[in-house]
Design a protein around this ligand. Structure first.
Ligand SMILES: Nc1nc2c(ncn2[C@@H]2O[C@H](COP(=O)(O)OP(=O)(O)OP(=O)(O)O)[C@@H](O)[C@H]2O)c(=O)[nH]1
Ligand SMILES: [Mg+2]
Length: 539
């Protein structure tokens, strides 16, 4: 809802949609409407005070956390939305960690302040206990709980009453004046601390100008020493105009924060050689593949030939768009700092770098979290079985937190992901997008067997079935390997006791035997087998 009100406040949309009616611009997928949660990141650009701001709305539900990791790589800052209650949701921690890992500036927007159980002080205490003096309130709620009606800006010492476009400034009510003044002092302390020149001036007893305070705050936000706290209600749109103001005033922009990867600065210069990064891909049977791209350096143009330096092949850029949720607008050129989508690139996916031909810049891929949950699926009919493979390969490409494993030993096809809702949603996508029906079963545990001690044994093979006979004789030593090592084979035969050309057959025989263990028939792992002697004769 917050993104929806920000779009409305900025005049990008005329009507505010609702999550319940499935009419918001950020959650436009039918499955998002069905589940009433965001499943996927959406790009929602707005213009505010002469700046283009690419808002990217990312799901907060932990099962759908994959996109957060791709998006964190291509933005400069993150606004973490927290409900006005004393305990923080899991999604808050995941977002905070991702911002830390990517070195993003961040702000916290305290939401749902108009609810009758809203607990702003409780949340602020929790935040201060967790993050100490980094937590710097910029705002105060005007009115408590159901009487919440606006925001006091302690920097300008004004009260803003009303929702998004209707908000207007007034004087601060007398009962909040002392608290606002004390917060303002803390704000100025924080600003002065973030900039050496300002600290000197401030400690020398001089007053800082509004511009200087902003400069200090901005430096503090960028370094991560200051996390401003803003307040509002995404249901009504209170606080949205001020949030947009602070995005522009305080949060680092692509020009403020120059990205560096592997020690290389990616200058935000439209005339520099192109370096761009694919942070998300979607696969649709009708639209085809769409890649979401952040341009770091240079300009990406329609009809450009670019190198996909990650996959080491070239791409021709035909279809370039600016997107707002599901809406697309053709783009002729997209310059450094901006975000766009490209359709029908031949062989490009999330985590790939697109760069000027011969530039050879390869940005590191995104580290997505490892799957933590698994289910088994079974196609319902023969037609489902035939369609399953191609459909899954499309879904695997758009969702890097999804894995597909065919467990031959268990006769099961396994999906691995971030949680039960994540995998249920994959099943829904298979059905609605690709017409593939599957049933769900518990995933059997893929047990493995191993050995604990060393042993050696002789294997002899003799066969005489008319014509040429067969003879084999070898001594093998088995020993355990550390967990996760798999299988090692060594040959210590000397003096031609077994001719070299028979050694691969020995290894093959051991591998085949290991497919079914002695204890319960599960595959045997973490074993070293050494063939060290044997005999041989012509038959
Ligand atoms: N009372 C109240 N309800 C709100 C407010 N903001 C959002 N909601 C409701 O909370 C629910 C979730 O809102 P969303 O906007 O989808 O929240 P979100 O943070 O985008 O959630 P995910 O993206 O699914 O993690 C919806 O039912 C909204 O109507 C608010 O300020 N006050
Ligand atoms: Mg959402």
């Amino acid at each position: 809802m917050l993104a929806e009100h920000l779009l409305h406040t900025a005049g990008a949309i005329e009507r505010v949609g609702s999550v319940e009616a499935g009419t918001t611009h950020s959650d436009f997928d039918p499955l998002e409407n069905k589940r009433q949660i965001s499943l996927s990141a959406s790009v929602l650009p707005v213009d505010w005070k002469g700046c283009k701001v690419n808002l990217i709305d990312v799901p907060g539900y932990p099962d759908f956390i994959g996109d957060l990791h791709g998006v964190a790589r291509v933005v400069e800052s993150m606004i973490i939305v927290a409900e006005a209650k004393a305990d923080l949701d899991v999604g808050f921690d995941l977002a905070w960690e991702a911002a830390d890992a990517a070195g993003l500036g961040r702000a916290i927007f305290v939401n749902k302040l108009e609810r009758d159980n809203a607990d702003y002080e409780g949340l602020l205490n929790t935040l201060r206990a967790r993050f100490g003096t980094r937590i710097v309130p910029l705002h105060l709620p005007l009115g408590k709980q159901t009487a919440f009606c606006g925001v006091v800006d302690v920097l300008t010492m004004k009260a803003y009453k009303g929702k998004d476009r209707e908000s207007h400034a007034e004087g601060i009510p007398a009962e909040l004046a002392a608290e606002a003044a004390s917060l303002r002092e803390k704000l100025i302390d924080a600003a002065a601390e973030a900039d050496d020149d300002l600290a000197m001036k401030y400690l020398g007893g001089e007053e800082l100008t509004a511009e200087e305070i902003y400069r200090g705050l901005k430096a503090g936000v960028q370094s991560g020493h200051i996390v401003p706290v803003l307040v509002g209600s995404a249901a009504s749109g209170v606080g949205c105009g001020l949030l947009l103001d602070e995005i522009v005033n305080l949060l680092p922009s692509p020009v403020d924060k120059v990205h560096e990867f592997d020690g290389k600065r990616l200058e935000p210069d439209p005339n520099a050689p192109l370096v761009a990064f694919v942070f998300k891909s979607t696969a649709d049977p009708y639209v085809g593949k769409v890649n979401y791209i952040r341009v770091f350096s240079g300009t990406l143009k329609v009809d450009d030939h670019v190198d996909n330096t990650t996959q080491e092949h070239d791409e021709r850029v035909h279809n370039l768009y600016f997107v707002r949720g599901k809406h697309q607008e053709p783009a002729a050129a997209v310059s450094a700092g901006d975000i766009c989508a490209a359709a029908k690139l031949q062989n490009t996916k999330t985590g790939d770098t697109l760069a000027a031909p011969k530039s050879k810049v390869v940005l590191p891929p995104v580290q997505f979290p490892e799957p933590i949950y698994r289910i088994a699926i079974r196609p319902v009919a023969k037609t489902d079985e035939d369609k399953l493979g191609p459909a899954l390969s499309k879904l695997l490409e758009e969702d890097p937190t999804l894995r597909y494993v065919r467990e031959a030993a268990l006769h099961q096809e396994i999906l691995e992901g971030m949680g039960d809702i994540h995998l249920e949603n994959v099943i829904d996508k298979l059905k609605t997008r690709f017409g593939v029906n599957v049933t769900i079963e518990d995933a059997k545990v893929p047990y493995r067997e191993t050995i604990r001690g060393k042993a050696q044994a002789q294997g002899r093979h003799k066969r005489q079935t008319g014509g040429k006979g067969q003879f084999g004789d070898c001594w093998i030593r088995l020993e355990p390997l550390p967990r996760g090592s798999g299988f090692e084979f060594a040959n210590e035969v000397v003096g031609g006791a077994i001719p070299k050309n028979f050694i691969p057959a020995v290894e093959k025989g051991i591998r085949e035997t290991m497919e079914q263990g002695f204890l319960a028939g599960y595959p045997v792992v973490d074993v070293k087998a050494t063939v060290y002697d044997g005999s041989y004769h012509e038959v």
